[in-house]
Design a protein around this ligand. Sequence first.
Ligand code: KG4
Ligand code: ZN
Length: 335
Amino acid sequence: MTILAVETSCDETSAAVVREGKILSNAVSSQIALHAEYGGVVPELAAREHLKNLPPVARAALDEAQTSAGEIDAIAATQGPGLPTALLVGFKAAQAIAFALRKPFIGINHHEAHLYSPWIGDFAAFQPNVSLIVSGGHTILVWVQSELKHKVLGATIDDAAGECFDKTGKLMGLPYPAGPEIDKLAEQGNPAAFGFPRPLLADASDDFSFSGLKTSVRYFLRDNPELLDNPQKVRDLCASIQAAIVEVLVAKTIRAAKRAGVRCVTASGGVTCNRELRKKLEHACKKNGFILRLAEKDLCTDNAGMIGILAERKFLAGTSQVPMDQEIISGLTLA
Ligand code: KG4
Ligand code: ZN
């Protein structure tokens, strides 16, 4: 079957065409430059940009896949969670297309799409796993018992890991989103230069907390503002902050995987682009005998390809269709 998928949960306008487990096209228009001026995503502006960008992005996805609307068997869109006004644009546009084409409509949980993104192109290799979903808005540990059956083990109780990268970066004067900048600068920094807290590292739960780390960086910079004038110290700061975030993410993921008794660990979401996180997860999985599946970098950040792939699997499993009159559920949580 051929699915046209749409994703507008935050600041990427994306449309994709998916057929038989393959992503034929995955067009993404990023709004980063627009929101950078404000140091974060402005929901109202995001929604307006989606309105403007979705038609050409959807056209580009269809053209690249050499598919026409007549060949589409079903339409999928992100249902939630996300910014309500942003979600509404893609969700309602996709529903309208489904209505006009008289095709089924499939609403998809954004987290669930991230959760299965490490298996795209190779679902035959699927096995039970513990999965870290780590992005700008969420940090979640999930036990995936079998395909489409999963249980949330823990989540952040305050800031997400990506938010911690972005906000500590903002304190250092780095452009939004600061995650990729910190990743780059940290490469030539000393991760042991400054000792920042590792929140909830020793806590027995599978939950995370990153707001204390952010506050600690804030006070540190208040007391040592001159460090920001020294480029090497900035690199050391980036490496030290990154080390604190990565250590917590890796240690808690490995511990959860041991407890769940799985043989496989997966990770997805924007922060999974972070090179240090990828490297440390690889080392830790090797050391502890886990198979590691990381989402491909271009499938880590928000994209409609992952929405389409999950929609197809759900549709084929007979668990997916959303009645046309169902309202958008922006706070949809991963069960
Ligand atoms: O999944 P995503 O595209 O959107 C959300 O659903 O949030 O993730 C965006 C987040 C941002 O916080 C961004 O700073 C972070 O992912 N990010 C990174 C890197 N690339 C993106 N954080 C650290 N290192 C990176 N290389
Ligand atoms: Zn996401």
